[in-house]
Design a protein around this ligand. Structure first.
Ligand code: CU
Length: 137
């Protein structure tokens, strides 16, 4: 191989390498952008799903009663019970295991989010006369 041919071959090899490397980089950048766009789209979709505007409803526990005793909410809404009595109370689902606050001292609160439609009755495990109902539409 002559000196000129060798240099020409070397230049070709360098050029080929530069082209290949450049294309690889370009491809990588394009893929990264696609992924970023894909993530944005996913986030927007998630926002739409979660921003169905969930509400928070308050039930006050006072004078040995749940006030209001009956609350109608939509799927995904949360109910917060606050014990305003000096006596301890619980918020316990009539359906065992569905939700149970345990003992709530004065000023303590308990929250439960209802994700499925239905009628949920509950009571205080200390005072059987205390009962309430959450209707989930
Ligand atoms: Cu009670």
């Amino acid at each position: 191989m002559s000196n000129k041919k060798f240099i020409f071959s070397l230049a070709l090899a360098v050029l080929a390498f530069a082209l290949f490397f450049g294309c690889t980089q370009g491809g990588y950048t394009a893929q990264t952008n696609n992924q970023a766009n894909g993530n944005n789209t996913t986030n927007q979709d998630n926002n739409v799903v979660t921003s169905s505007n969930p509400q928070n409803y308050a039930v006050n526990i006072s004078n040995f009663a749940f006030n209001p005793a009956e609350v109608t909410i939509n799927k995904g809404d949360t109910v917060s019970w606050l014990n305003s009595d000096s006596s301890q109370h619980t918020v316990t689902s009539d359906t065992a295991g569905l939700f149970d606050s345990g003992f709530l001292a004065k000023g303590a609160s308990f929250q439960h989010t209802f994700n499925e439609a239905g009628t949920y009755t509950y009571h205080c495990s200390v005072h059987p006369s205390m009962s309430g109902k959450i209707i989930v539409q």
